[in-house]
Design a binder for this molecule. Structure first.
Ligand code: ZN
Length: 314
């Protein structure tokens, strides 16, 4: 990670946000959003998902969005893929980081991708082999995502030992980093602290670990704080908290990027992100939305008097 930031904020709105809403953003609208947010200092953006267009028309232009995003200096361009075919397309487009997601819960993984967890892990191994067989892709970072790590809408409780097993399998099979997700917004801060403590005990502290929280039940930022306290230095979030939860109509989506940056900067943790710039990016994103709700407290309440962001003070 860059040494001028303490916590890497990874914007996932152009993927996680957009795939959960009805409005289809044209490529140029996505690029306006991505460019403005990168200009505000956001170091990494997940710009799309390499899935069959018939499944997710919103993501059909991901290759083009990756290509245009690569022209933005200092931006790490990330994309999500469901399988080897997607990974081939993502690497061919040039994405710096390719994310794979496997649900720790067997029932959730089966209902999502019709595969057992072990079959999905074998799919991840194929992606690593493909990357390693192509010299052009040797720098591509492969991220192992663990969905439903804090609970599942089908299985309910997810055992911490199951999360550790998938994490260890990922690393054994060549993952460069891990990303632990509360996909359905079940987590509480104590559970987050306990899980990451156990994860660092299990996999060590050399491996980069990210966290992905949804604010479905209002604990998103509290969980982000608990993750930071446990040592996590990469957090996913979404501008304006765009996108809801497919399991809970009306509930909010990912934690809000602006609110997360406000929290971290206020805590003395540098993100390298300018809050005013983020609000401008938010306006640009919002003007393309058709009746989709956005979230966020910082945007309505504004800066507290005397607030000194860590990135500016440094
Ligand atoms: Zn998500």
């Amino acid at each position: 990670m860059r040494d001028d930031i303490d916590v890497l904020v990874h914007e996932v709105g152009p993927r996680d946000g957009l795939q959960s809403i009805q409005t289809i953003f044209p490529t140029e609208a996505k690029m306006e959003w991505i460019r403005r947010e990168a200009a505000a200092g956001v170091p990494q953006i997940q710009v799309g998902s390499f899935v069959p267009p018939k499944n997710l028309p919103q993501m059909a232009d991901s290759a083009e969005v990756v290509r245009q995003s690569l022209e933005i200096s200092d931006l790490t361009v990330a994309a999500l893929v469901p399988n080897l075919r997607g990974a081939e397309n993502g690497m061919a487009a040039g994405a710096h980081q390719i994310g794979v997601v496997i649900s720790v819960s067997e029932a959730h993984n089966m209902s999502n991708v019709k595969r057992s967890v072990d079959e999905s892990l074998d799919g991840f191994s194929q992606i690593v082999e493909y990357r390693d067989a192509h010299d052009d892709y040797k720098d591509t970072v492969l991220s192992g995502g663990l969905a439903t790590a804090f609970g599942c809408t089908i299985d309910g409780k997810v055992e911490i030992s199951a999360v550790m097993r998938v994490a260890e399998e990922y690393l054994k099979r060549g993952a460069d980093r891990l990303s632990v997700a509360d996909t359905v917004g079940y987590a509480n801060p104590k559970q987050v602290k306990d899980l990451f403590d156990e994860l660092y005990r299990t996999v060590g502290t050399d491996i980069a670990v990210g966290a992905h929280f949804h604010d479905t039940r209002g604990l998103g930022l509290a969980n982000a704080y608990a993750a930071v306290e446990a040592g996590v230095r990469e957090l996913d979030s979404c501008l304006g908290g765009l996108g809801g939860c497919p399991y809970a109509p009306g509930a909010s989506g990912n934690i809000v990027t602006e609110d997360l940056v406000f929290m971290l900067e206020g805590m003395g943790l540098r993100t390298g992100i300018d809050l005013d710039g983020l609000l401008e990016a938010r306006e640009i994103m919002e003007c393309h939305l058709e009746d989709e709700p956005t979230q966020g407290a910082f945007v309505s309440a504004g800066r507290p008097l005397g607030f000194e962001p860590a990135s500016v003070a440094a």
